[in-house]
Design a protein. Sequence first.
Length: 320
Amino acid sequence: MSATITTLVYLQSEFLRYLPLITIITGIFGNILNCIIFTRPSLRRNSCSTYFLASSLANFFSILFGCVTRVLSSFAIDPPPSQMALYCKTKTFLTYIGLAGSTWFIVGACADRYASSSSTVRTRSFSQVKIARRTVVVISILVIGVYFQMNFCFDGNIQSANCYPSSPLCNTFNNFNLLVTYSLFPPLLMLLFGWLTIRNVRGGEHLRRATNAKDRQLTMMLLIQVLCISILSMPISVQKIYTQMTLSYAKTDEQRMIESFFATFVVLLALMTSSTSFYLFTLTGKVFRKELKYFICPNRHRVHAESSLQTNRKSFPTVT
């Protein structure tokens, strides 16, 4: 075994042990707080918050089935061979419906922000909580339907904590499916709607009349999230395209090890998207930080509200 292969094997095992562990800790903590903040009264009536909440819930699937299983595998905690096929099918299916679902909910949020910033009243009417809830249900059904084939196309052929398709046809279909439904097409849609939203925001007076500071802050939070998802999920597109183009090539052991290492690394990068949203929202959203402070220090919120009420009463004395 060459020095390169030995080094890559070591690095791959270390990445599989520690990167998912970091994602689990930061992701579970952050997504729990996301769910709490986006269900608070001041935000749950906003359609964009509905998509953020749905995305946070979907992240739990990719964290629990994509990261926890990899950490366990790094410590040689795997199911018995007789259950490996069921393990691979379930793990892969639930991981990718979490990743794809979360991504498409953000696409929905981008479309919602575009609609809310439009100069057309009819287009702005699509930015409603009831429409967002219906869209979340439709996206969930479609994602489950598209990825359900993984229960038939994957078996117990587990390599480097990744379960692989059971046939060349399944491999080709899944590579194309991931490109269209997760790693390439959704980020392009996000960037398109993001650009259209920015163009509308710069467009003029109608936005200042139709929206408030909370909507504009949610839009900024969304745009930063889109940038992060695009950066972390695009490498898996490169890997899938390269794999498909080089299927018929003869490869050395060193080349196969490099490809395995790269495939593992880009999947770990994609899984990191499940853990970043809370920290990006906290850094970029004043309204999010405000609600977080009120959740952590509810007594301070109550004192502030009572103080504001007393100030208002003094400003408008009763007439006797």
